[in-house]
Design a protein around this ligand. Structure first.
Ligand SMILES: *Cc1c(COP(=O)(O)O)cnc(C)c1O
Length: 374
């Protein structure tokens, strides 16, 4: 692709930081692990951070730390990355999908209460494409029904809701550092929380169930290896030191897109309510209802033919083959399905130039006018 869908934003400082670890003998569980955790907890504004080897592992450990297991239900959204729901299934619990708001694309709080059964244990809202959901409404429902709340803020590092950062808004939040995220560690993830029990359990379970202060061969509970190496942490530290600059570049690229596509009647963009800020993760356009899923797929093919990266974020979780086998079907979540059929992700990362955004928008608009519409 001449213009790739995404790209990490890596400077010489990151390359130097990784090279420096290689000169030490502490490639894991060294000093860079607590330093990376401290940078994250301070940035997000919470007491504790626990680094792990992926965002998926972070979600999984939170579900375990909350004691969610067989027979339990977790209310979440189907308009997300598969890990949001897989972490629930991995612990033998059941995801209960609630439909989304057609404009913010986040879970619709008005539809949550109808989905709560006596087996419900938690709500797992997602900050879709870096936009926080309506957390006050979600927390009010959670309090009323005595449910835990875990925010999947993997796509939202730096976003705010009523002045507070994503990840700090409920019992625990999680981030992912795959190379398409705002910051990357190659692979990696982080749990952020003010809850000491979640912090203690996650720290122990990421490291084979060792107690936080116990010996190497003392295993207090069932754990696993979800550790993040100091090589990854060095990369993460260097990225966090540039976080304001990285997010500013992404915001500038988003602004260029909005200037060129904001008045385009054949598409709509995600609505950002005035009480929150988005941390731009991707640039997704929703085609109007005049277009079908087949039209959308043709437009994506057209972009790829021009060497412009694109994808159909998100394909609903409940319609993935493994979920469909368990009984979920088309028609269950009409708002989510109508959106998913019409989304197109355009190239988005902090290194794009204004000229590249120009090219993408020109080609995209040209494709919108092709025979797809009568
Ligand atoms: C990236 C992401 C994750 C975690 O992904 P990993 O690849 O495991 O780091 C989880 N949820 C959402 C919504 C994501 O976008």
């Amino acid at each position: 692709m001449k213009i790739p869908l995404s790209s990490p934003d890596i400077s010489q400082a990151e390359r130097d930081a990784v090279a420096e670890v290689m000169l030490t003998s502490q490639l894991s569980l060294g000093p860079r692990l607590p330093e990376f955790e401290r940078l994250l907890s301070e940035y997000v504004g919470v007491r504790y951070a626990v680094a792990v080897n992926s965002g998926t592992s972070a979600l999984h450990l939170c579900i375990r730390a909350m004691g969610i297991g067989p027979g339990d239900e977790v209310i979440t959204t189907s308009f997300s990355f598969i890990a949001t729901a897989n972490c629930i299934l991995m612990e033998g619990a059941r995801p209960v999908f609630v439909d989304i708001d057609p404009e913010t694309w986040n879970i619709d709080p008005a539809k949550i209460e109808a989905a709560i059964t006596p087996r419900a244990r938690a709500i797992l809202p997602v900050h879709v494409f870096g936009l926080p959901p309506d957390m006050d409404a979600i927390l009010a429902i959670a309090r009323k029904h005595n449910l835990r709340v875990l925010e999947d803020s993997c796509e939202a590092l730096g976003a705010t809701y009523k002045g507070r950062r994503a990840g700090s808004l409920c019992d625990a939040g999680v981030f992912g550092f795959y190379p398409n995220k705002q910051i990357t560690t190659g692979e990696g993830g982080m749990i952020v929380t003010n809850d000491e029990t979640i912090y203690r359990l996650a720290t122990s379970m990421r490291n084979q169930g060792r107690g936080v202060n116990s010996g190497w061969l003392a295993h207090e509970r069932l754990g696993y290896n979800f550790r993040l190496s100091d090589i990854n942490c060095a990369l993460g530290i260097a990225q966090m030191k540039r976080i304001d600059e990285i997010l500013a570049h992404r915001a500038q690229v988003a602004k260029w897109y909005h200037e060129r596509l904001g008045d385009e009647k054949r598409i709509s963009l995600q609505r950002v309510p005035s009480d929150r800020t988005i941390s731009h993760f991707v640039m997704v356009a929703r085609l109007s209802d005049d277009y079908t899923r087949e039209d959308r797929d043709c437009i994506m093919e057209g972009l790829r033919a021009k060497e412009i990266g694109t994808n159909n974020y998100f394909s609903p979780i409940h319609l993935q083959p493994f979920y469909a086998e368990q009984g979920w079907k088309r028609g269950d979540l009409p708002v989510c399905e109508a959106l998913s059929d019409r989304t197109i992700a355009l190239p988005f990362h902090g290194l794009l130039t204004e000229q590249e955004v120009d090219t993408v928008c020109r080609e995209f608009r040209a494709l919108l006018s092709r025979p797809y519409r009568a």
